[in-house]
Design a binder for this molecule. Structure first.
Ligand code: SAM
Length: 288
């Protein structure tokens, strides 16, 4: 089949780049990065190595979470002037936990064509190699770092019946594994993938306990994507009493009043506020 000539003026190209192995850059991505007018890079120094190795002399500009709003109008203007623009991230598919999403929305709103040149993505690479069900899955990316937002998101993740894919930074991995252990127990299926497509690629599982024990012995280093098995149907119903007590204690330690802690947890734990309040009273009476 005859392909259309690329790049075309006025088109925004989202270009997938390797997540480790440089051989994963597609011939189409390579040709486009050489011929396009402008490349918006998450980090110009990081991507500079790849682009120089390709012999790309396209104009490069930085495009990251701290300059998104200023940069989008400039890139839209380039598109309006008939230039072709590519956006790439440090690794993988731009727009997946990476800058790109807002630019695509703005380009579409302004009536510009957007074409994705697909490439590696850590989430799908981890999912398909995990051995966990992939027919239906959800992607959570990075969880919020702390506070109520994190608790609510974790509560949703551990009660989700579909396989869930998460990104995590190495210095936070143990905290996440501890939380998963506390909330869904040690036997829940989990594959922690490390350094996908790189020389030291590794899969650690098959359960939360196995992963926790492994990384207690081998402190986490490198890049991680987690694939968590879905909750069995009965776990969907609610957290048990002990898990609720722990969750309530955590909220009270963080400064919530007991009534607010019960109200807050009721929202995500599938338990009524009255039941949770009774648990708190029980605990209080035992302590007196
Ligand atoms: N847009 C990218 C993609 O398509 O996968 C992801 C960018 S996100 C900012 C970076 C996170 O992806 C890392 O913190 C890690 O969780 C995951 N990741 C990226 N490369 C990886 C690799 N080679 N192995 C495992 N996880 C990886």
């Amino acid at each position: 089949m005859k392909q259309r000539a690329e790049p075309e003026g006025g088109v925004l190209y989202l270009v997938g780049t390797p997540i480790g192995h440089l051989g994963d850059l597609s011939p189409r991505a390579r040709a486009l990065l050489i011929a396009v007018d402008t490349i918006a890079c998450e980090d110009t120094r990081h991507s500079g190595q790849l682009l120089s190795a390709l012999g790309s002399t396209a104009r490069r500009c930085s495009f990251h979470q701290h300059n998104t709003h200023g940069r989008i109008p400039q890139l839209l203007e380039e598109l309006s002037n008939g230039h072709s623009v590519a956006v790439i991230s440090d690794a993988g598919l731009p727009g997946i936990s990476d800058p790109g999403e807002d630019l695509v929305a703005a380009a579409r709103n302004a009536g510009h064509a957007v074409i994705c040149i697909p490439g590696p993505c850590a989430a799908t690479t981890a999912l398909v190699s995990s051995g966990l069900p992939s027919g239906r899955f959800c992607f959570e990316g990075f969880l919020p770092a702390k506070g109520r937002e994190r608790r609510d998101r974790l509560a949703a993740v551990v009660t989700e019946q579909r396989t869930t894919v998460l990104y995590e930074a190495p210095h936070r991995l143990m905290k996440l594994l501890d939380e998963l252990h506390e909330l869904c127990g040690g036997e829940r299926a989990l594959q922690v993938t490390r350094e996908l497509t790189k020389r030291h690629e590794q899969q650690v599982g098959p359960t939360v306990t196995a992963a926790l024990e492994h990384f207690q012995k081998h402190p986490p280093q490198g890049e991680f994507t987690l694939v968590l098995g879905g909750a069995p149907e009965q776990e969907q119903i609610s957290l048990n009493d002990e898990q609720c007590r722990q969750q309530l204690a955590m909220r009270i330690e963080q400064g919530m009043k007991p009534a607010d802690a019960a109200k807050d947890l009721a929202r995500s734990a599938g338990r009524s506020r009255r039941e949770l309040y009774a648990l708190l009273h029980e605990q209080q009476n035992q302590a007196d």
